[in-house]
Design a protein around this ligand. Sequence first.
Ligand code: GH3
Ligand code: MG
Ligand code: MG
Ligand code: MG
Length: 302
Amino acid sequence: MRILIAEDDPAFRTLLEDILVTWGYDVVVTRDGNEAWQAFMSKDAPQLAILDWKMPGMEGVEVCRKIRKAAEENYTYIILLTSQQRDEELVIGMEAGADDYIIKPFKHNELKVRLRAGRRIIELQNELLAAREILQAKAAHDSLTGLLNHEEILGTLDKELARSERDGVCVSIIMADIDHFKKINDTYGHLAGDAVLRIAAQKMLSMMRTYDSIGRYGGEEFLVVLPECCRECAGAFAERLRSCICSDSMDTPEGMIPITISLGVAASGENGRLDRYSLVKAADAALYRAKERGRNRVEVAA
Ligand code: GH3
Ligand code: MG
Ligand code: MG
Ligand code: MG
């Protein structure tokens, strides 16, 4: 694990570095508070720190305050080093956000034990953050296809509409619906239907530009959000999606299943003139027209 030390006394600094290296730590050495603060501002700053209290320039306790004020997601466990036990100083240190303190000179084993406690806290904190990230990703995505779910794709659309209003650019959307999907379930079973949904989702996802988004709107319906994309470009893109989906049959456990989709396209116009409701309604109406006119086709809202 990486650890930062800030200590102005050269002899003590070397001693500290030596024992930490012996214990297997990867040590970032700084000589005063300003250097320590710079090291904290850098990317991948250590999450464990031993700061001497008395240093020229910025004192350890001040560095500690600044770190807590910056309140990075990744917690930094801070141990303050003080020369003598002055109760009022210790209170100030703890109030500044230090997690622990050690009085110089200290027994090596004492430092070892304190560091172990700090490492444990950091590991727990990191596990918590990772678990939260997984939960957030799960909450935003559809479990079957891995695409954004209904709420998230509509949230994305709202954001893009707001941006289009601000920047005077056009947002387009595509509502895509698998044709006669009920018949696929009835013929091959629901598990094969699920496989078709997954493959169709991945095929469409692989065609998106990095700033485009696709979500599973409902059962076998997908919503595509195309920022800075005019009606004509969106129509052409929908045509490419249609052609890609029907080009090859889908390889499912029940065999190769041919699939087609119908698509409805609508554009916000510049300055986000259409709101979310009207835009989705227009794309829906275009989609129903595509169904009426024979399926496996694209219709663009006027
Ligand atoms: P159309 O061409 O008019 O769109 O006909 P369709 O059969 O595709 O449309 P319909 O709305 O009649 O049927 C949609 C079907 O999608 C019904 C529903 O059971 C199925 N479906 C919805 N979600 C899932 C799912 O997660 N897995 C599977 N296997 N089927 C699903
Ligand atoms: Mg000092
Ligand atoms: Mg449908
Ligand atoms: Mg359908």
